[in-house]
Write a protein that binds this ligand. Sequence first.
Ligand SMILES: *Cc1c(COP(=O)(O)O)cnc(C)c1O
Length: 342
Amino acid sequence: MKAVPHNLPSLGNDEAEAASKVIRSGWVAQGPEVRSFEEEFASYLGLGAENVVAVSSGSAALFLALKVLGAEGKKVATPVYACAALRNAIALAGGQAQYLDNSPESPLMNLSDPKIKDAKILIAAHMFGIPLDISSIKDKIIIEDVAQALGASLHEKKLGTLGHCGIFSFYATKLITSGGQGGMFVSLDASLAAGVRDYREFDARRDTKIRFNFQMTDLQAAIGRVQLKNLPAFLRRREEIYLAYVESGLPVLRPPLASQAIPVRYRSVLKCTQPKKLQKSLEAQGIKTIVPIEDWELQDTPVDDYPMALDLCRSTLSLPCYPFLSKEDQQRLIEIAKESEL
Ligand SMILES: *Cc1c(COP(=O)(O)O)cnc(C)c1O
């Protein structure tokens, strides 16, 4: 029985070669590779190098975004259906989280929730690779959380370039990885990017302003550069996998898309009544799945205050969806799932 993990980074010989070149060069800390990664990432988004800052993680990018936007003492609207990175970054930056429930049958936060009213800042999370339409929000500072949606777009603009700034994660299982950890801050406002860059350059400064070591290494950036080149192929393969799940007739979660939204398939998620039962049947055949966000992972309590998010926690299962997943393994999974009571 072949083991099929829920997720797997798409790393190969080219990344190994790029990493070993950096190792042999004698310079592994933040340097020319990080600079090139920033330039190439900026160009992928249609931005200039002055708009982009590489950092050590998506969490670091989010913390820095909140910091340069002056979140201290302010209300920050944020999805309850998200990982702890958001809550942690808000707390560390001295902000006050205002949690929002999801839209029905969707992993996306509901921006028409009246609780958004008092928030000065909004963390707009494009969950599962699905663009969250922020065009109706005019009176808030918007941080786009694009950790799960690199390459997706809305109104012909790449996500991350629609709000005041955007943050990306290159953790091992995100759409691309810079060797396990890494992140990027982007902003059309070059002065915000300059603020983040200044915070990151903590060493040997002539003033006593507080800064911190959130640097990416050249070893990470070299891997990230190869991955970025492969991103279009990764996204095409993910789309194929997603479509095969949809075409199999399994109950794939398909929230309505905003007009002119082009998603990426970070996740393929089933919406069913007995996700844990299906999870067990698949596990028995060596196939790993996860509940994308469990009810105990919701970012605020009581969870009953968030009925839409809670419903999703209790009725979803995320299936393997990554470039290295073979057609045969996916087919095997589909057949087992079709036999199960969903
Ligand atoms: C992964 C993730 C983050 C945090 O990124 P790290 O690089 O793991 O710190 C933030 N927001 C979302 C939506 C994520 O999926």
